[in-house]
Design a protein around this ligand. Structure first.
Ligand code: NAI
Ligand code: MG
Length: 491
């Protein structure tokens, strides 16, 4: 770690345990347990974080519940709430260098990518900062003799359970939950606990009252499941794996608790012969090598029309061979490590499966001779859609290239997936783009572009990719409920 260009402030920060943040202050676990924070680029321990248990969940829920029930946040004038939320983005940007350094160390992501994540979070906060004065109810037509109004009110305590791939980006979701008047308990991934504490400090400094935004550190089985099962938590917003998403939905059923699930995908990236092949190949590389493939919208199934398959594959491989692997601080790095040794093992397992299934390993597939959780960007050709490498989310830098002959076949292959998060369509023909858009069963379609996100634009999946939407006005709906008020008028 000494080789990294870290600021004094970051080095000092790493000496302190990254604890829970409950009721306005950093606290250790009640039983004193901690967990190691590892640098994925070296495997070395760089810090410690608290590891919570059910007693810590109880404590965080008590704090969040009290702050909601005593209305300490939602009773504040809406425009003042807007000012305080907006202050969070200013404080975040003021601390951008430390936040970026911590998230690069924690997640292994490359620093320019983390910079983008910080800006995305700041934009999300600014977007939601505008909402408190604009969330409106309605007055529906009612029978004579009654006046009816429908209010839109906060849900209560929201449990936000998040993964490791872009830890700071969740700050925008926190802002959405605050803008709607809820109290929040954030449970960051155990692999990336560090910046969650800084978010909570920023919120406190911006004037969010104690207990309104808490952070609970620890493993999924203990604190994640603890939040889902706790009767004091009114809704769960989860991003992560399908297996965990299913477990959460099942556990939430016991209390008929609201859940929003964003569960990843196996997104088709579809290239028609009339597309700008250079641009499409560059975007396809970015769509799977970015964040070393640890992105839910990774365009990991590349469907290419047979007439341009050879040329397109050549462009992808030429741009992939010789990419520089390294740590996130090194300006020469093009591909960073995976987040953990478990994730590295998972990706290696899938590369072996791809070989066994008879796909052709065109480039990559190996780990460089160095410490850290690195794997080369890997391209398989001759992939068939029924192979596991085409069906299962790998969450690593592994691209499968599949040929198709007709538009109908492209649609059939694209939709022959348990997932339905996103799709990319590359064509210069508006009719093709239009037909594909209506035929694809995904939450997002990008045409001649890929992985665009913006705070005002909703985002989410269908099928096993989950349900509910994040971002935009959609989050305001997810995070509020309606209250109907009938008043008898006249005599
Ligand atoms: P995971 O889904 O187990 O973890 C995500 C979050 O859920 C973490 O905060 C974890 O602590 C929490 N969690 C785990 N078990 C829980 C439970 N029973 N109740 C409540 N919360 C729980 O994902 P994991 O194991 O870290 O990664 C495995 C695979 O999941 C990856 O290879 C990838 O395929 C997929 N994944 C997809 C993501 C996406 O963005 N859609 C993000 C992370 C993982
Ligand atoms: Mg897990």
């Amino acid at each position: 770690m000494n080789k990294y260009p870290l600021s004094e402030a970051t080095r000092n920060r790493l000496q302190q345990t990254f604890g829970h943040f409950i009721d306005g202050e950093i606290v250790p676990s009640i039983n004193g347990e901690t967990m190691d924070v590892l640098d994925p680029a070296s495997g070395e321990r760089i810090a410690r974080a608290s590891a919570g248990a059910r007693a810590d969940v109880d404590r965080a829920v008590r704090s969040a519940r009290r702050s909601f029930d005593d209305r300490s946040w939602r009773s504040i004038d809406p425009l003042e709430r807007e000012r305080r939320i907006r202050t969070m983005s200013r404080l975040l940007l003021d601390q951008k260098s430390m936040i970026t350094e911590l998230d690069v160390l924690d997640s292994g992501l490359i620093s320019w990518y983390v910079d983008f994540c910080v800006d995305f979070a700041a934009n999300g906060i600014d977007y939601y900062a505008g909402w408190p004065s604009k969330i409106e109810g309605s007055i529906p037509p009612a029978p004579e003799g009654f006046s009816v109004r429908v209010e839109r009110e906060p849900i209560g305590v929201i449990g936000l359970i998040t993964p490791w791939n872009g830890p700071i980006t969740v700050f925008g979701s926190v802002a959405a939950a605050l803008a709607t008047g809820n109290s929040v308990i954030l449970k960051p991934a155990e692999q990336t606990p560090m910046t969650a504490v800084l978010m909570a400090e920023i919120a406190a400094e911006a004037g969010i009252p104690p207990g309104v935004f808490n952070v609970l550190q620890g493993r999924g089985q203990e604190v994640g499941a603890g939040l889902v099962e706790h009767p004091g938590v009114d809704a769960i917003s989860f991003t992560g794996s399908v297996a965990t998403g299913k477990a959460i939905q099942a556990a939430a059923a016991g209390q008929v608790k609201r859940v929003t699930l964003e569960l990843g995908g196996k997104s088709p990236f579809i290239v028609f012969p009339d597309a700008d092949l250079e641009a499409a190949a560059a975007a396809a590389r970015m769509a799977v090598w970015g964040a070393s493939g640890q992105v839910c919208t990774a365009g990991s199934r590349v469907l290419v029309h047979r007439s341009v398959q050879a040329e397109f594959t050549k462009l992808v491989i030429e741009g992939t061979e010789g990419m520089t692997l390294g740590d996130g601080f090194d300006a020469a790095t093009q591909v960073g490590p995976l987040v953990s040794s478990e994730q590295l093992e998972r990706v290696r397992k899938y590369i072996a499966i791809g070989r066994d299934e008879g796909a052709t390993l065109a480039v990559g597939g190996a780990s460089p001779d160095r410490s850290g959780y690195f794997i080369e960007p890997t391209v398989f050709t001759d992939v068939k859609n029924e192979m596991r490498i085409a069906q299962e989310e790998i969450f690593g830098p592994v691209m499968s290239i599949l040929p198709f002959d007709t538009e109908a076949e492209a649609v059939r292959i694209a939709n022959d997936s348990l997932y339905g998060l996103a799709a990319g369509v590359w064509t210069t023909d508006l009719d093709t783009a239009g037909r594909m858009t209506s035929a694809l069963r995904t939450g997002t379609v990008w045409i001649n572009s890929y992985q665009m996100v913006y705070p005002s634009i909703p985002y989410g999946g269908v099928k096993l990719s989950g349900h509910g939407r994040n971002l935009g006005a959609a989050s305001i709906e997810e995070l509020t409920q309606l209250k109907t008020v009938w008043t008898k008028v006249g005599e």
